[in-house]
Ligand binder design. Structure first.
Ligand code: CTP
Length: 419
């Protein structure tokens, strides 16, 4: 947890407490040539701790202060240094790098770099990436206090801020040159928190959500399984909506034919037992658990080692009950806010309320799968959300809209429960 304040679009160390993350965010870290460049090593660590994937661009000056090898080892990617390097352009070229970034963060940003950015120059790789980058730009200035106070620097700063560039720091204090005053690069932890705060929006900002989705497959033999018709669409739509609402979202997915929503971590599983194990193993890092998967209630008692041959006219399969994943989560000592689904063909609300109580859930989403055009394998849905003594019907609409509506209700109820 780090504290900093938002002061006319610049960040410093007071008042606002933010628990931000950069989960699945791509950060291009620009390092320019100042003595504070050595702090970039710690900054990479801070950004990665918050979940970011970091790629480093160094100016020629920066390479005099810290070696690319250090920053390569910490970021886990080759460092980008030259605009006209054919080998680097073969890997991830400068335009690709600019497009890859969700954030371009320059720390330290020297007086010279501020001037070049203010002028919109493209005379090295970092300034070129900055011009080509549609993502937000955040600068952590670092320079001698007199250079910082200089009207030329302050003019550049104002021009950049007027264009929507975010500033973090500088901090005041003793400087490497012996002066005392403003110009020290802000603390890496504060810079990382400020970077994360740019993505902190939405009703589930900073929350960790785990969602099960899709069917499970229960093997009969090496080539056959028992499963169901769940497409996984509702769970995937919920994961997208949770990520849009600012949650760090993990999908534990049975076999489906869907693309992973942007910004969502996906864990693929096959059977109910795999799904249970994956779900329980994430409870240390989970605020809200949503069980949307259509888990097979039974699995074959024995899985044949070889393909079963059709020797008999009739065959009988012995099945055993699968574990109830959502009930296991809600009964767990590290219980998150737990949400289930009830897919029913009759007595929708009474069955749903029964499941809410029996499985110890905080909320349940009731879904009439017998109605034409909604539910399993369809594009639309209409649901009723039930919780302790209350319910709300959400009108029929596309699954993505229903997912957003569910997330809004869920976030509201979650806030009421935890506060
Ligand atoms: N669920 C689960 N693990 C299971 C079965 C169900 O986590 N083994 C979850 C589902 O993801 C859903 C909720 O429990 O959130 C209700 O699922 P549903 O199939 O409607 O209920 P069941 O408990 O299987 O009861 P029944 O089939 O008797 O209606």
């Amino acid at each position: 947890m780090v504290s900093f304040a938002l002061l006319s679009d610049s960040y410093s160390r007071k008042s606002v407490t933010v628990l931000g993350h950069l989960f699945q965010r791509n950060v291009v870290l620009g390092v320019s040539g100042g003595i504070a460049a050595y702090k970039s090593a710690e900054l990479i660590r801070q950004l990665k701790t918050r979940g970011a994937d970091v790629r480093v661009v160094m100016t020629r000056g920066a390479r005099e202060f810290i070696t690319p090898l250090t920053l390569q080892a910490l970021s886990g990617h080759p460092v980008h240094a030259d605009l006209l390097d054919p080998e680097a352009e073969l890997g991830m070229g400068h335009i690709e790098l600019a497009r890859w970034a969700d954030l371009l963060l320059v720390a330290p940003a020297t007086a010279d770099l501020l001037a070049r950015l203010a002028q919109g120059r493209a005379d090295d790789l970092l300034t070129t990436v900055a011009l080509a980058c549609p993502a937000p730009l955040m600068l952590a200035p670092a320079m001698n206090q007199q250079m910082w106070r200089n009207t030329a620097t302050q003019d550049n700063l104002q021009r950049l801020q007027a264009r929507g560039v975010h500033m973090v720091g500088p901090a005041a204090g003793e400087q490497a040159c012996g002066d005392v005053g403003p110009g020290r690069m802000e603390d890496p932890a504060i810079i990382a928190a400020a970077a994360a705060s740019l993505f902190e929006s939405g009703e589930l900002a900073g929350r960790r959500v785990v969602i099960t989705a899709g069917p499970t497959r229960e093997a009969l033999d090496p080539v056959r399984y028992i499963s169901n018709h769940s497409s996984g669409r509702m769970g995937y739509a919920l994961a997208r909506a949770a990520a849009e609402a600012g949650a760090r979202t993990t999908l534990i997915s049975g076999p489906v034919d869907l693309h992973t929503p942007e910004g969502v971590e996906r864990v693929d599983v096959v059977s109910a037992e795999d799904m249970l194990e994956a779900s329980l193993s994430r409870l240390t890092d989970c605020d809200i658990f949503i069980a949307c998967a259509a888990v097979a209630d039974y699995r074959p008692a024995d899985v044949a080692g070889d393909k079963i041959k059709k020797n008999e006219e009739r065959m009988t399969l012995e099945l055993v009950r699968n574990p109830d994943i959502v009930a296991a989560v809600s009964a767990h000592p590290q219980r998150p806010f737990t949400v289930g689904f009830a897919a029913e063909t009759r007595d929708l609300l009474s069955y749903a309320r029964d499941k809410l109580e029996r499985k110890g859930l905080d909320m349940i989403v009731a879904n009439d799968v017998s109605a034409e055009g909604i539910g399993f394998n369809s594009q639309e849905n209409a649901v009723t959300v039930l919780w302790d003594g209350a319910e709300e019907a959400l009108p029929r609409s596309g699954k993505q809209q229903i997912a957003r509506d569910i997330i809004t209700r869920l976030a509201r109820r979650y806030r009421e429960t935890v506060t």
